[in-house]
Write a protein that binds this ligand. Sequence first.
Ligand code: CMC
Length: 439
Amino acid sequence: MAAQEKKQATTTDRQATLTIDGKTVNFPIFDGVEGASVFDISKLYAETGHFTFDSGFMSTASCESKITYIDGDAGILRYRGYDIDQLADNSDYLEVSHLLLNGELPNAKQKTEFVRRINNHTMVHEQLHFLFRGFPRASHPMAVMAGAAASLAAFYHDSLDVNDAEQRELSAFRLIAKMPTLAAMAFKYSTGQPFIYPQNEMGFAENFLNMMFSTPCEKYKVNPVLARAMDKILILHADHEQNASTSTVRMAGSSGANPFACMSAGIASLWGPAHGGANEAVINMLREIGDVSKIPEFITKVKDKNSNVRLMGFGHRVYKNYDPRAKVLRSTLEEVLGELGQINEPLLKIAIELERIALSDEYFVSRKLYPNVDFYSGIIYRAMGIPSKMFTVLFAVARTAGWIAQWKEMMDDPKNKIARPRQLFTGSAARAFVPLEKR
Ligand code: CMC
């Protein structure tokens, strides 16, 4: 495969030339291993006194990275060169975490050691139980997670030195290991049930489901089909190059902030309905539609520019094709519903009909709006008995491996600089202060 033969990003002989105010300036062009090339405009301001303006990063590469590659037109997502469907079908979340962090899938010995180190850190400090108790039981679990993730910095002082590679690694293990525990605690707290401690003899996804659904008076027998589906969902959500939450993690980390604080920033960014919050919004939308017969009316609203209604779980800034994660989830959904005897679930019928319409209706086809990862994940979670408020929390649990891998990549890079975007100022020009009595 071409991607495996070409190892490094390369400078090219080509240059981009800009002529402004009679002055011509050249900018080097770098080719990546795959994907679009970039102009290096870091000297633009020094040479021309101008900044670029690119609200929403429509044409801006914010960093160099070796972790994840997306070809949105072709519907390709790869972690470290491996196609996402191959990883989802053949690997597991901890192997994928090793891959994201270290660049390679682990061999058997490395895997045993990686799992041992994760298991060393699955429990959280007992004092954290009191932090949870400070929240109202009706809190949104993403609010609890943002607080709990940041609070880890208050407990684990021995891994806060971001300039020490060993401490950076220790934080990575702690975060991947503890996020499922915190997520299950957030859920248990919301239901008024006692927290369930992690069981290290279980697999990662199995342990998470056990912490969610086991109670001290009744053991939860984890269904292996559901555990495997959960593991697949974790793999599919583990990384997605420089999306809003990952860029937030990188930006927070660029100032030297500790990784727990950076994860909390990532969680905050993920919470928005245009990003990780969409899976919760999909279920709310399906419930609101309520019945297949109401779909045409809903689609009319979606197409009406004045309605502000969007078909949640459709469209993506990068994918202008079927999101490859949604493809895997579509078949996982059928496996899960088949296993649980819920194949006639009414929300599934609505979802399938929405998908059929969107894939054939001119409005969606011309805008290249395909189902994204969030379209199916919520229906799977719901079938597993996970409430919709927890959906984005599960996204955060999965994305922790990607966030910490991207943070580590940035921190390991000696060229790392504090991120400091500039602006096009359109506010008031200089004016004299007016005393209160004269305003
Ligand atoms: N329903 C209806 N119309 C849509 C939708 C949608 N879901 N998404 C985009 N459009 C229309 C939009 O109105 C615009 O139309 P026009 O050109 O006539 O003005 C056109 O498509 C382009 O939309 P955009 O908002 O400029 O595209 P974007 O790249 O800024 O937004 C998005 C991407 C994901 C925010 C958007 O597609 C959306 O809001 N989708 C629904 C929310 C969702 O499912 N988000 C999860 C994303 S996947 C998980 C993740 O990676 O975080």
